[in-house]
Design a protein around this ligand. Sequence first.
Ligand code: 4YB
Length: 462
Amino acid sequence: TTETFPTWPWQHWATERPAAVAIHCEGQQFSWHETAKRVDEYAQGLIEQGLKRDQLVAVVSPNSLQAVWLLLAVLRVGARFVGINPRLSQAELDAQLAALHCDFVWYPAKSVLDLSGYTRLQLLPPDASRMVPVTWQLHRPATLTLTSGSTGFPKAVVHSAQTHLASAEGLLAWLPFDAEDSWLLSLPLFHISGMAIIWRWLARGARLDVCAPERLDAALAQVTHASLVPTQLQRLLDAAETTSLALKQVLLGGTMIPVSLTQQARQAGIECWCGYGMTEMASTVTAKPADDSSGVGTVLPNRELTLVDGEVMVKGETLCLGYYRQQTIFPIAEDEWFATRDLACWKDGELHILGRADNMFISGGENIQPEDIEKVLLQHPDVTQAVVLPVEDAEFGHRPLALIRTVGPLDEERKQQLRAYMAQQVTAFRRPVEYLAIPAHLSGSGIKLSRVALKAWLESER
Ligand code: 4YB
């Protein structure tokens, strides 16, 4: 499937459909011809600043047009791109950049971070026009994507154009996305869900819409496709007049997707797809059009999936080249199967995710899977986010505590209602012993809540 590109995808589309719009960003438009020309110019500009093939460029920025140009230009040079969350603390950022041994960084002019210890690249046209002396190579390491997992310190997952395109092609074999369509860059480039949007756009030669994160709601009105995490879709449905949206498909993923959410979206005229995926597999692995079941569908083309003792194991053409550590790419597994730590089962022909093995704890001799309890909490109309964590208990060893976000304030009356609701829904040992509001500063990068950070906060509070 991925041998269809004999050259850089933007070059391919510049030849095939030079005048078609490739990028749309807040009133500005670029055709494929202009896009290919700019990428070549910026790439030459980067070479003049000393960037060489196989070097690593960290882009510490929210989504922007510049970040997209940088990604494409870095690839064009044969160098490697790593996106970094600009909302990391200075200490986290320093630790990340040091661990990655980045050769260059780029950040927006208005960045408040101190990156003075690093060599800053500029996005500039070249002094003189020359050919960039690197050819298109599908298997060359192209991007690093950080993924935190459950242990805290992120792993840097290496993908090539080949693994990204295999991921894109497999998803698009099922999810209709044509050259006339536009996919909004609605999730961060530093997360695999944002990076995957780029490769679907390149695979189809469609249109990419780019906007600043704070203007997402307005931008959603002008596109046919978007990728969202459930809380983003919830916000959209609560806030926007959805009847005027041109949205054809919304791809959901990253965390448990409440059935009530996709039903509400359908009533508002938005068709959803449910996906299950991970950074190591270049995003989506299983998918389906949303229906009345909480499953995540079946395995997409170019991937393989099997359950071993209830744990999801994956491999295939979309599997990453490995993890990047000590300036070396370490293969992910001996036998090519990646053990996800996700627990799942097959029911009625589709995969159901039960939760992460690392999250499970024992209470009075009973296994508790926090996600089971979270699922029930999220079915309550007032609960928009829920994370259940174990707290130590003299009698039971551990008991569940719920950190939640609610539509109104979490006062005593609402807690009382929740206790009554949970008493009807789950057995006694699964009922949270306490309900606390998720502190605003721990809402994460907008992708998902960090259990590690929430746990640390909880321990500091108690
Ligand atoms: C899930 C889960 C699910 C992941 N139920 N747990 O393009 C996409 O596929 C996309 C579209 C919209 C939003 C997100 C995406 C993603 O890529 C998500 C990929 C992702 O979250 N990668 S990750 O490395 O950050 O985390 C992977 C883990 O996330 C998995 O191992 C699961 O534990 C969890 N997860 N989808 C329940 N539908």
